[in-house]
Write a protein that binds this ligand. Structure first.
Ligand SMILES: [Zn+2]
Ligand SMILES: [Zn+2]
Length: 148
């Protein structure tokens, strides 16, 4: 029970980073660019059309938790893993990196500074093509190397 809870939560989290990378690279910077571009270009107001993606992933988590809560089976724990991913994503991507809610200071070193730099590299362009670094938590090692 405890083992499957841990295992399926980690699985849910991991699947999100991997499928998120694919979806970001090939769909959001592809056929659904018209939605995702609201995150790369300036938009007025507190929300972006791109937030629909968070809503979409969030509903998958809610459905899984709802389906699995009776027996606390793998669906429940994968839903928990996806939710933990979504929450961490919100803290790191939306609060720390983009400062949509100004709470965290810019990280100076360590892991957070690395993923900060990697995501800034992703935002170096506001175009659909030619962007780099599509993951959030797992990024190329080079972003952790320089001390700057
Ligand atoms: Zn993007
Ligand atoms: Zn971003």
């Amino acid at each position: 029970m405890v083992m499957s809870a841990i295992l399926f939560s980690i699985l849910g989290f991991g699947i999100m980073e991997i499928s998120g990378w694919f979806i970001h690279k090939f769909i959001m910077h592809g056929p659904l660019w018209s939605i995702h571009k609201t995150h790369h270009q300036h938009t007025d107001g507190p929300f972006e059309l791109n937030d629909l993606f968070s809503l979409f992933f969030g509903s998958i988590a809610v459905i899984l938790i709802f389906l699995g809560v009776g027996s606390l089976d793998y669906r429940f724990w994968m839903g928990i893993g996806i939710s933990v991913y979504g929450l961490s994503y919100f803290f790191l991507h939306d609060m720390l990196i983009h400062r949509r809610i100004k709470f965290f200071k810019k990280p100076k070193n360590g892991y957070l500074a690395g993923i900060f730099k990697a995501h800034q590299a992703h935002h170096a362009t506001n175009k659909r093509d030619g962007s780099v670094s599509f993951g959030l938590f797992v990024v190329p090692k080079k972003y952790f190397n320089s001390k700057r």
